[in-house]
Design a protein around this ligand. Structure first.
Ligand code: SAH
Length: 341
């Protein structure tokens, strides 16, 4: 049996046509699931008995469980347990423009970025579409809020789980589903070029963010092994293509690691690399973890890096720090839970 929360509206329409029902049943069922948020089949009062019985045989309505929750002023961090007892995190951030949820896309991650906690835990498996959808539904229910923005920046590499991530985006973006605007959804990738190409031809209006973290290949390959397969020159080339085809801006994320990638030379080199691109750079103060040596850049170095980019006419912001005390960096809650500390 499959989870009904993994079905896009189109998939559900096909399902109903296949069982001899009208296509619009899918819209009605979507309303029960995503507008009324029912949790049992028998609440679907406009679906006739036979159809409902068939659906009970074909689908589950199972959810995922919240097993830990850390609450801060403007951030709530969740740990979920999935049906096979895998654990993943999601982080809710309260901004003045709305509530943004950072969702996980995989159990663990294979990208091996040296500064990232998630990379310490090898990938166990992809998250299924429903397991991503349910992170949103469970947190909205728990906090009695509406999530307005979704970022795919939790544990995992979304473009290493493309086939489940794209239906996830369809479901949350559908006006008949969770109805989060495409411009309020951001996919973050370490730069898997073939998937960026596929994403361009997919033509979705969601935002694309690239984890860059270095201004040259030697440094980037040290921090992010993926760079050996897809070096900067090729990455920048495909991103220029993305900008040209979609007319959209690219966001670059740059985690500032003390005396590793935060020098004046790094900033000028970065400005040169991005010169003339329709992009902006989001500087991220590093969230230190007990297992990894890197330190957060000093405030002076962060500001100096920012100023150098500004002077070179690069659009740049410094990301507000969320939940350092709450262990909000990727994978930190999960790894501390599993180590029992
Ligand atoms: N795999 C995807 C998405 C998950 S990581 C990607 O690489 O973009 C989401 C972002 O958090 C990435 O930019 C990542 O580099 C950053 N990140 C990871 N560990 C961090 C830490 N300890 N402090 C701050 N940012 C971190």
């Amino acid at each position: 049996m499959e989870s009904i929360y993994g079905f896009t509206l189109e998939m559900l329409e096909d399902y109903f046509v296949n069982i001899g029902e009208k296509k619009f049943k899918a819209t009605q069922v979507y309303e029960w699931l995503y507008k009324k948020r029912i949790t049992s089949w028998d609440e679907m009062t406009n679906v006739k008995k036979d159809t409902l019985n068939q659906m009970k045989k074909d689908f589950t309505l199972d959810s995922i469980s919240i097993i830990a929750k850390n609450v801060g002023d403007d951030v709530v961090k969740y740990l979920f347990e999935l049906a096979d007892s895998s654990k993943v995190e999601a982080v809710l951030m309260k901004h003045d423009y709305g509530n943004s949820l950072c969702v996980s896309t995989e159990v663990g991650c294979n990208m091996g970025c040296t500064f990232c906690e998630s990379g310490r835990m090898k990938k166990v498996r992809n998250l299924k579409t429903n397991e991503m959808v349910l992170q949103i539904l469970q947190i909205e229910k728990d906090l009695k809020i509406r999530i307005s923005h979704v970022v795919l920046m939790g544990i995992g590499e979304p473009f290493d789980n493309y086939d489940n991530v794209i239906p996830f985006i369809s479901i949350i973006n559908s006006g008949k589903g969770i109805d989060i605007g495409a411009r309020h959804i951001t996919i973050s990738t370490c730069g898997i070029i073939p998937k960026i190409r596929e994403f361009i031809s997919d033509g979705r209006q969601v935002n694309l963010a690239i984890s860059l973290h270095a201004s040259n290949d030697a440094l980037r390959s040290k921090l992010m092994p993926i760079n050996k397969a897809y070096p900067l020159k090729d990455l920048i080339k495909i991103l220029k293509e993305y900008i040209e085809v979609t007319g959209r801006r690219v966001t670059f994320e740059y985690v500032l690691l003390h005396e590793v990638n935060d020098s004046y030379e790094n900033a000028t080199e970065l400005a040169k690399l991005l010169q003339g691109m329709n992009c902006y750079v989001n500087l991220i103060p590093y969230n230190e973890t007990s297992h990894i040596e890197y330190k957060k850049s000093s405030q002076e170095r962060i500001l100096a890096f920012y100023d150098t980019l500004k002077k070179n006419k690069i659009n740049v912001t410094i990301r507000r720090e969320f939940g350092a005390k709450l262990m909000a960096a990727c994978g930190q809650l999960r790894s501390s839970y599993e180590e029992g500390c």
